[in-house]
Design a protein around this ligand. Structure first.
Ligand SMILES: *Cc1c(COP(=O)(O)O)cnc(C)c1O
Length: 400
Protein backbone atom coordinates (compact mmCIF):
# COMPACT_ATOMS: atom_id res chain seq x y z
CA UNK A 1 0.00 0.00 0.00
CA UNK A 2 1.22 3.49 -0.72
CA UNK A 3 2.15 5.65 2.25
CA UNK A 4 1.54 9.36 2.24
CA UNK A 5 3.34 11.11 5.05
CA UNK A 6 1.66 14.35 6.10
CA UNK A 7 2.85 14.49 9.71
CA UNK A 8 6.06 16.46 9.31
CA UNK A 9 5.42 18.70 12.33
CA UNK A 10 5.73 15.51 14.42
CA UNK A 11 8.93 14.40 12.75
CA UNK A 12 10.56 14.39 9.33
CA UNK A 13 12.35 11.94 7.12
CA UNK A 14 16.14 12.23 7.42
CA UNK A 15 17.26 13.66 4.08
CA UNK A 16 19.37 11.23 1.99
CA UNK A 17 22.20 13.80 1.89
CA UNK A 18 22.12 13.90 5.69
CA UNK A 19 22.29 10.10 5.98
CA UNK A 20 25.24 10.12 3.63
CA UNK A 21 27.02 12.78 5.69
CA UNK A 22 26.50 10.87 8.93
CA UNK A 23 27.59 7.35 8.00
CA UNK A 24 31.39 7.91 8.05
CA UNK A 25 31.09 8.96 11.70
CA UNK A 26 30.01 5.45 12.65
CA UNK A 27 32.51 3.53 10.57
CA UNK A 28 35.63 5.63 10.19
CA UNK A 29 35.68 8.84 12.22
CA UNK A 30 34.56 7.48 15.57
CA UNK A 31 37.13 9.31 17.73
CA UNK A 32 36.16 11.39 20.74
CA UNK A 33 36.27 15.06 19.69
CA UNK A 34 37.85 15.96 23.05
CA UNK A 35 40.76 13.52 22.71
CA UNK A 36 44.33 14.81 22.44
CA UNK A 37 45.22 12.67 19.43
CA UNK A 38 44.89 13.71 15.83
CA UNK A 39 42.18 11.09 15.23
CA UNK A 40 39.86 12.73 17.79
CA UNK A 41 40.86 16.26 16.84
CA UNK A 42 39.85 15.52 13.25
CA UNK A 43 36.35 14.70 14.45
CA UNK A 44 36.18 18.00 16.37
CA UNK A 45 36.76 19.83 13.10
CA UNK A 46 33.53 18.30 11.77
CA UNK A 47 31.65 19.26 14.92
CA UNK A 48 32.90 22.82 14.43
CA UNK A 49 31.85 22.78 10.80
CA UNK A 50 28.36 21.71 11.86
CA UNK A 51 28.37 24.56 14.38
CA UNK A 52 29.12 26.99 11.54
CA UNK A 53 26.38 25.52 9.35
CA UNK A 54 23.66 25.83 11.99
CA UNK A 55 24.93 29.30 12.93
CA UNK A 56 24.61 30.20 9.24
CA UNK A 57 20.96 29.13 9.15
CA UNK A 58 20.17 31.30 12.18
CA UNK A 59 22.35 34.34 11.49
CA UNK A 60 24.32 33.55 14.66
CA UNK A 61 28.03 33.24 15.30
CA UNK A 62 29.32 29.68 15.91
CA UNK A 63 30.32 30.45 19.51
CA UNK A 64 26.65 31.06 20.34
CA UNK A 65 25.55 27.54 19.34
CA UNK A 66 25.13 24.89 22.06
CA UNK A 67 24.38 21.35 20.89
CA UNK A 68 21.85 19.48 23.01
CA UNK A 69 19.89 16.25 23.03
CA UNK A 70 16.90 17.75 21.18
CA UNK A 71 14.22 20.43 21.24
CA UNK A 72 12.81 19.48 24.64
CA UNK A 73 16.24 19.64 26.22
CA UNK A 74 16.96 23.01 24.63
CA UNK A 75 13.66 24.40 25.93
CA UNK A 76 14.42 23.07 29.42
CA UNK A 77 17.96 24.43 29.34
CA UNK A 78 16.75 27.87 28.23
CA UNK A 79 14.04 28.18 30.88
CA UNK A 80 15.59 26.36 33.82
CA UNK A 81 19.05 27.69 33.04
CA UNK A 82 17.81 31.29 33.04
CA UNK A 83 15.78 30.90 36.22
CA UNK A 84 18.64 29.19 38.02
CA UNK A 85 21.14 31.83 36.88
CA UNK A 86 18.89 34.49 38.46
CA UNK A 87 18.85 32.54 41.75
CA UNK A 88 15.36 33.74 42.74
CA UNK A 89 16.06 37.46 42.24
CA UNK A 90 13.09 37.74 39.85
CA UNK A 91 10.01 35.59 40.35
CA UNK A 92 7.63 36.37 37.51
CA UNK A 93 7.52 34.40 34.25
CA UNK A 94 5.62 34.95 31.01
CA UNK A 95 4.69 32.50 28.28
CA UNK A 96 1.67 31.84 26.03
CA UNK A 97 -1.24 29.43 26.28
CA UNK A 98 -0.26 27.64 23.09
CA UNK A 99 3.33 26.53 23.74
CA UNK A 100 4.65 23.02 23.18
CA UNK A 101 4.61 20.89 26.37
CA UNK A 102 8.43 21.13 26.53
CA UNK A 103 7.91 24.82 27.42
CA UNK A 104 4.47 24.73 29.07
CA UNK A 105 5.24 21.98 31.54
CA UNK A 106 8.46 23.65 32.65
CA UNK A 107 6.64 26.89 33.43
CA UNK A 108 3.85 25.01 35.23
CA UNK A 109 6.53 23.32 37.33
CA UNK A 110 7.87 26.71 38.45
CA UNK A 111 4.34 27.99 39.03
CA UNK A 112 3.73 25.09 41.41
CA UNK A 113 6.97 26.07 43.14
CA UNK A 114 5.96 29.61 43.95
CA UNK A 115 6.76 31.57 40.81
CA UNK A 116 4.10 33.86 39.37
CA UNK A 117 3.15 32.85 35.82
CA UNK A 118 1.37 34.89 33.13
CA UNK A 119 0.09 32.84 30.18
CA UNK A 120 -0.74 35.17 27.30
CA UNK A 121 -3.97 34.58 25.41
CA UNK A 122 -4.48 34.25 21.66
CA UNK A 123 -7.51 35.25 19.61
CA UNK A 124 -9.67 33.05 17.39
CA UNK A 125 -7.16 33.16 14.56
CA UNK A 126 -4.33 32.20 16.92
CA UNK A 127 -2.78 35.68 17.07
CA UNK A 128 -1.07 37.16 20.11
CA UNK A 129 -2.05 40.48 21.71
CA UNK A 130 1.18 42.51 21.85
CA UNK A 131 -0.38 45.08 24.19
CA UNK A 132 -1.15 42.32 26.66
CA UNK A 133 2.47 41.21 26.41
CA UNK A 134 3.82 44.69 27.00
CA UNK A 135 1.53 45.30 29.97
CA UNK A 136 2.43 41.97 31.56
CA UNK A 137 6.17 42.60 31.80
CA UNK A 138 7.30 44.04 35.15
CA UNK A 139 10.73 44.66 36.69
CA UNK A 140 10.22 41.28 38.43
CA UNK A 141 9.85 39.40 35.10
CA UNK A 142 12.75 36.97 34.83
CA UNK A 143 11.95 35.45 31.46
CA UNK A 144 9.51 35.63 28.56
CA UNK A 145 9.15 32.60 26.29
CA UNK A 146 7.04 32.86 23.11
CA UNK A 147 7.25 30.27 20.35
CA UNK A 148 8.15 31.35 16.82
CA UNK A 149 5.61 29.11 15.11
CA UNK A 150 2.98 26.79 16.52
CA UNK A 151 3.34 23.06 15.97
CA UNK A 152 -0.43 22.35 15.88
CA UNK A 153 -1.71 25.19 13.72
CA UNK A 154 1.43 26.55 12.07
CA UNK A 155 0.51 30.08 13.25
CA UNK A 156 3.60 32.32 13.15
CA UNK A 157 4.05 34.87 15.93
CA UNK A 158 5.64 38.27 15.14
CA UNK A 159 8.82 37.36 17.00
CA UNK A 160 10.79 40.40 15.91
CA UNK A 161 8.22 42.70 17.55
CA UNK A 162 7.83 40.41 20.56
CA UNK A 163 11.60 40.37 21.12
CA UNK A 164 11.84 44.15 20.81
CA UNK A 165 9.09 44.65 23.39
CA UNK A 166 10.68 42.20 25.83
CA UNK A 167 14.20 43.60 25.44
CA UNK A 168 12.99 47.18 25.85
CA UNK A 169 11.66 46.12 29.26
CA UNK A 170 14.87 44.33 30.22
CA UNK A 171 13.75 40.70 30.54
CA UNK A 172 15.43 37.65 29.05
CA UNK A 173 13.67 36.41 25.90
CA UNK A 174 13.50 32.79 24.72
CA UNK A 175 11.74 31.51 21.62
CA UNK A 176 11.01 27.90 20.70
CA UNK A 177 11.81 28.03 16.98
CA UNK A 178 11.58 24.26 16.41
CA UNK A 179 8.80 24.60 13.82
CA UNK A 180 10.20 27.76 12.24
CA UNK A 181 13.79 26.66 11.64
CA UNK A 182 14.27 25.58 8.06
CA UNK A 183 10.74 26.62 7.07
CA UNK A 184 10.90 30.42 7.36
CA UNK A 185 13.91 32.74 7.59
CA UNK A 186 15.40 33.27 11.05
CA UNK A 187 18.03 35.92 11.61
CA UNK A 188 19.14 36.51 15.19
CA UNK A 189 21.46 39.31 14.03
CA UNK A 190 18.26 41.28 13.37
CA UNK A 191 15.84 39.83 15.93
CA UNK A 192 16.99 40.46 19.51
CA UNK A 193 16.26 37.02 21.01
CA UNK A 194 18.56 35.84 23.81
CA UNK A 195 17.80 32.13 23.54
CA UNK A 196 16.38 30.11 20.65
CA UNK A 197 15.53 26.41 20.37
CA UNK A 198 16.00 24.19 17.31
CA UNK A 199 15.38 20.43 17.02
CA UNK A 200 17.16 18.23 14.46
CA UNK A 201 14.36 15.83 13.61
CA UNK A 202 11.93 18.58 12.61
CA UNK A 203 14.23 19.68 9.77
CA UNK A 204 15.32 16.40 8.16
CA UNK A 205 18.15 15.61 10.61
CA UNK A 206 18.07 12.72 13.13
CA UNK A 207 16.13 12.56 16.38
CA UNK A 208 17.90 13.23 19.67
CA UNK A 209 19.97 16.22 18.63
CA UNK A 210 19.10 19.89 18.94
CA UNK A 211 20.52 23.34 19.41
CA UNK A 212 20.11 26.12 21.89
CA UNK A 213 21.26 29.43 20.48
CA UNK A 214 22.62 31.49 23.40
CA UNK A 215 23.35 35.12 22.61
CA UNK A 216 26.81 36.20 23.74
CA UNK A 217 26.63 37.56 27.28
CA UNK A 218 23.41 35.73 28.26
CA UNK A 219 23.57 34.28 31.77
CA UNK A 220 22.63 30.63 31.75
CA UNK A 221 23.21 27.87 34.32
CA UNK A 222 23.89 24.41 32.85
CA UNK A 223 21.44 21.52 33.35
CA UNK A 224 23.97 18.78 32.81
CA UNK A 225 27.22 18.97 34.71
CA UNK A 226 30.33 16.97 33.91
CA UNK A 227 32.98 17.54 31.28
CA UNK A 228 33.82 20.81 29.57
CA UNK A 229 31.99 20.16 26.31
CA UNK A 230 30.03 23.05 24.79
CA UNK A 231 32.00 25.50 26.94
CA UNK A 232 30.57 23.96 30.10
CA UNK A 233 26.98 24.67 29.01
CA UNK A 234 26.17 21.05 28.27
CA UNK A 235 28.45 18.30 29.53
CA UNK A 236 28.72 14.94 27.79
CA UNK A 237 30.54 13.60 24.74
CA UNK A 238 29.00 15.15 21.66
CA UNK A 239 26.48 13.14 19.63
CA UNK A 240 28.82 13.46 16.68
CA UNK A 241 26.69 11.73 14.00
CA UNK A 242 23.65 13.72 15.12
CA UNK A 243 25.54 17.00 15.21
CA UNK A 244 27.08 16.42 11.78
CA UNK A 245 23.63 15.51 10.44
CA UNK A 246 22.07 18.63 11.93
CA UNK A 247 24.80 20.75 10.35
CA UNK A 248 24.21 19.18 6.95
CA UNK A 249 20.43 19.59 7.28
CA UNK A 250 20.89 23.25 8.23
CA UNK A 251 23.13 23.85 5.22
CA UNK A 252 20.56 22.18 2.93
CA UNK A 253 17.75 24.24 4.43
CA UNK A 254 19.77 27.44 3.94
CA UNK A 255 20.15 26.80 0.21
CA UNK A 256 16.73 25.27 -0.49
CA UNK A 257 14.42 27.12 1.82
CA UNK A 258 12.92 29.68 -0.52
CA UNK A 259 12.39 27.38 -3.53
CA UNK A 260 11.18 24.39 -1.57
CA UNK A 261 8.84 26.43 0.56
CA UNK A 262 7.20 27.96 -2.47
CA UNK A 263 6.54 24.46 -3.72
CA UNK A 264 5.36 23.20 -0.32
CA UNK A 265 3.11 26.24 0.11
CA UNK A 266 1.55 25.56 -3.27
CA UNK A 267 0.81 21.94 -2.26
CA UNK A 268 -0.57 22.99 1.12
CA UNK A 269 -2.80 25.63 -0.46
CA UNK A 270 -4.04 23.10 -2.99
CA UNK A 271 -4.90 20.67 -0.17
CA UNK A 272 -6.65 23.43 1.74
CA UNK A 273 -8.72 24.56 -1.25
CA UNK A 274 -9.54 20.96 -2.14
CA UNK A 275 -10.77 20.13 1.37
CA UNK A 276 -12.77 23.32 1.80
CA UNK A 277 -14.42 22.80 -1.60
CA UNK A 278 -15.29 19.13 -1.19
CA UNK A 279 -16.03 18.58 2.51
CA UNK A 280 -19.01 19.87 4.50
CA UNK A 281 -18.84 21.80 7.79
CA UNK A 282 -15.11 22.35 7.67
CA UNK A 283 -13.13 25.24 9.13
CA UNK A 284 -9.46 26.13 8.80
CA UNK A 285 -7.80 26.90 12.15
CA UNK A 286 -5.26 29.71 12.33
CA UNK A 287 -4.14 32.62 10.16
CA UNK A 288 -0.60 33.64 9.09
CA UNK A 289 0.74 30.13 9.05
CA UNK A 290 3.90 28.25 8.15
CA UNK A 291 3.89 27.23 4.48
CA UNK A 292 3.61 23.53 5.34
CA UNK A 293 0.81 23.37 7.92
CA UNK A 294 -2.94 22.96 7.57
CA UNK A 295 -5.12 22.45 10.64
CA UNK A 296 -8.77 21.82 9.74
CA UNK A 297 -11.79 21.01 11.85
CA UNK A 298 -14.56 18.76 10.64
CA UNK A 299 -17.54 19.58 12.80
CA UNK A 300 -19.37 16.76 14.58
CA UNK A 301 -16.68 14.14 13.90
CA UNK A 302 -13.97 12.84 16.19
CA UNK A 303 -10.50 13.63 14.90
CA UNK A 304 -9.28 10.20 15.99
CA UNK A 305 -11.92 8.48 13.87
CA UNK A 306 -10.79 10.43 10.82
CA UNK A 307 -7.16 9.58 11.54
CA UNK A 308 -7.91 5.86 11.79
CA UNK A 309 -9.73 5.86 8.45
CA UNK A 310 -6.98 7.89 6.82
CA UNK A 311 -4.49 5.44 8.28
CA UNK A 312 -6.33 2.58 6.53
CA UNK A 313 -5.78 4.50 3.31
CA UNK A 314 -2.06 4.88 4.05
CA UNK A 315 -2.33 8.58 4.92
CA UNK A 316 -0.42 9.74 8.02
CA UNK A 317 -1.79 12.88 9.68
CA UNK A 318 -2.30 13.95 13.25
CA UNK A 319 -5.16 15.11 15.44
CA UNK A 320 -5.19 18.20 17.57
CA UNK A 321 -6.77 16.47 20.51
CA UNK A 322 -5.11 14.14 22.97
CA UNK A 323 -6.72 11.30 24.84
CA UNK A 324 -6.47 11.72 28.59
CA UNK A 325 -7.86 9.32 31.17
CA UNK A 326 -10.78 8.06 29.13
CA UNK A 327 -12.11 11.48 28.17
CA UNK A 328 -11.23 13.33 25.03
CA UNK A 329 -9.92 16.77 25.81
CA UNK A 330 -9.46 19.08 22.86
CA UNK A 331 -5.87 20.31 22.66
CA UNK A 332 -4.79 23.28 24.76
CA UNK A 333 -4.12 25.15 21.51
CA UNK A 334 -7.67 24.69 20.20
CA UNK A 335 -9.04 25.67 23.61
CA UNK A 336 -6.88 28.80 23.76
CA UNK A 337 -8.16 29.81 20.30
CA UNK A 338 -11.74 29.30 21.47
CA UNK A 339 -12.49 26.75 18.78
CA UNK A 340 -15.97 25.38 19.60
CA UNK A 341 -15.90 22.00 21.27
CA UNK A 342 -17.63 20.17 18.43
CA UNK A 343 -15.05 21.49 15.97
CA UNK A 344 -12.01 21.14 18.22
CA UNK A 345 -12.75 17.41 18.53
CA UNK A 346 -12.63 17.00 14.78
CA UNK A 347 -9.42 18.90 14.22
CA UNK A 348 -6.81 17.31 11.99
CA UNK A 349 -3.32 18.54 11.22
CA UNK A 350 -1.76 17.94 7.86
CA UNK A 351 1.90 18.97 7.81
CA UNK A 352 3.87 18.70 4.59
CA UNK A 353 7.54 18.59 3.66
CA UNK A 354 9.59 18.96 0.53
CA UNK A 355 9.28 15.19 0.02
CA UNK A 356 5.54 15.40 -0.73
CA UNK A 357 4.24 15.33 -4.29
CA UNK A 358 1.27 16.80 -6.13
CA UNK A 359 0.02 13.28 -6.77
CA UNK A 360 -0.14 12.57 -3.03
CA UNK A 361 -2.12 15.72 -2.37
CA UNK A 362 -4.57 14.82 -5.16
CA UNK A 363 -5.09 11.41 -3.55
CA UNK A 364 -5.90 12.94 -0.14
CA UNK A 365 -8.33 15.44 -1.66
CA UNK A 366 -10.00 12.59 -3.50
CA UNK A 367 -10.32 10.33 -0.42
CA UNK A 368 -11.24 12.77 2.33
CA UNK A 369 -14.88 13.58 1.42
CA UNK A 370 -15.77 9.88 1.49
CA UNK A 371 -14.14 9.50 4.91
CA UNK A 372 -15.84 12.48 6.51
CA UNK A 373 -19.25 11.72 4.98
CA UNK A 374 -19.17 8.15 6.24
CA UNK A 375 -18.18 9.26 9.74
CA UNK A 376 -20.83 11.94 9.84
CA UNK A 377 -23.50 9.35 9.12
CA UNK A 378 -22.31 7.53 12.24
CA UNK A 379 -21.86 10.62 14.37
CA UNK A 380 -24.07 11.02 17.44
CA UNK A 381 -23.58 14.78 17.15
CA UNK A 382 -24.60 15.16 13.54
CA UNK A 383 -28.32 15.54 14.25
CA UNK A 384 -27.84 17.89 17.16
CA UNK A 385 -26.84 21.20 15.63
CA UNK A 386 -28.04 22.97 18.78
CA UNK A 387 -24.85 21.76 20.43
CA UNK A 388 -22.70 23.58 17.99
CA UNK A 389 -20.48 26.07 19.75
CA UNK A 390 -21.45 25.06 23.26
CA UNK A 391 -19.14 23.02 25.45
CA UNK A 392 -20.25 19.44 25.85
CA UNK A 393 -19.84 17.53 29.07
CA UNK A 394 -16.66 15.50 29.07
CA UNK A 395 -18.45 12.30 29.90
CA UNK A 396 -19.40 10.77 26.57
CA UNK A 397 -18.03 7.31 25.90
CA UNK A 398 -15.07 7.01 23.68
CA UNK A 399 -13.53 3.84 22.37
CA UNK A 400 -9.77 3.84 22.04
C1 LIG B 1 8.83 18.78 18.41
C2 LIG B 1 8.82 20.04 19.16
C3 LIG B 1 9.58 20.19 20.33
C4 LIG B 1 10.36 19.04 20.96
O1 LIG B 1 11.48 18.69 20.21
P1 LIG B 1 12.15 17.24 20.47
O2 LIG B 1 13.41 17.28 19.67
O3 LIG B 1 11.17 16.22 19.95
O4 LIG B 1 12.39 17.10 21.93
C5 LIG B 1 9.57 21.41 20.97
N1 LIG B 1 8.86 22.44 20.48
C6 LIG B 1 8.13 22.34 19.36
C7 LIG B 1 7.38 23.53 18.86
C8 LIG B 1 8.08 21.14 18.67
O5 LIG B 1 7.33 21.06 17.57
Amino acid sequence: MRQIYLDNNATTKVAPEVVEAILPFFNDYYGNPSSMHTFGGGVMRHVDQARQEIAGLLGASPGEIVFTGGGSESDNLAIRGTIEALAGRKRHLITTRVEHPAVREVFHHYQKNGYQLTELTVDGSGALDLDELEQSITPDTALVSVMWANNETGVIFPIEKVAQIVKAKGSVFHTDAVQAAGKIPIDVSRVPVDLLTVSGHKLHAPKGVGVLYVRKGTKLAPLILGGHQEKGRRAGTENVPGVVGLGRAAALASTWMSDENTRVRHLRDKLERGIVASCKDVRVNGKDRLPNTLNVSFEFIEGEAILLMLDDLGICASSGSACASGSLEPSHVMRAMGVPFTAAHGSIRFSLSRFNTEDEIDYVIQQLPGVTNRLRELSPFADAPAWQGTPLAHDHDHEH
